[in-house]
Design a protein around this ligand. Sequence first.
Ligand code: FAD
Length: 215
Amino acid sequence: MGVILSEDFLKVKRVPERAVSDRDQLFQILDAGKIIHIGFVDDNHPVVIPLAYVRDGERILLHGSTGSRLFRTLAAGAQLCATVTLLDGIVAARSAFNSSMNYRSVLIFGKATLLSDEYKDEALEKFTNNLIPERWQEVRKMTNKEKAATMVLSVPLETISGKVRVGGPADEEDSDLELPIWAGHIPIISVYGEPIAAENLSDDIDVPQSIKNMK
Ligand SMILES: Cc1cc2nc3c(=O)[nH]c(=O)nc-3n(C[C@H](O)[C@H](O)[C@H](O)COP(=O)(O)OP(=O)(O)OC[C@H]3O[C@@H](n4cnc5c(N)ncnc54)[C@H](O)[C@@H]3O)c2cc1C
């Protein structure tokens, strides 16, 4: 279920040239992220909760405990606004005012719907492989008890907006370009470290291919 919001509500007004409306580009941002922040109102209080998510075509999936306040509230039909933010770099301008960050971000407005039990295995496979590609085939599958304790919610990607900043600083051309101050940008690159085996792991179990592939 999307929501009906006016074009003006969704229009990026501050630095509009950074707005992204191309759905493929919006989906690429969602596919590159791992964490989503879900904002909703509970008992008249705004709450924002970080969660894992995975994009599944024209929707995102969320999974959590059936006892969770967040999941119960969303399943009951609460409006939500969710954000995914990727931090790509720090922008060092010649002035404090123009110093900035490079980023890709997406906002999603709408309501969640509950996915039926029969879809849980498929959804959990998507979550597992989104964290570690090809991991699903290596792990123990869910028991019926675990499935019963898990809620999977779907949020449609109908009402979404995006904003991206790339590149170096936008210094004041009239006054700042001649200043003897270093300016530029510093990319942020996330990398996986060496895997560390669990303390209780038996010595005869090798690192599986899925983990070796995480580079
Ligand atoms: C990177 C990341 C990924 C996560 N992925 C998932 C997921 O896929 N599924 C899932 O169910 N949960 C996930 N969590 C945990 C999630 O943030 C919530 O803690 C959980 O969903 C319980 O939500 P709730 O509304 O039921 O919390 P409640 O326990 O009912 O919240 C009560 C209060 O606890 C505090 N609180 C709750 N969560 C947090 C938090 N994360 N940080 C600080 N304070 C908090 C707040 O003050 C909140 O008002 C993830 C957390 C992180 C940081």
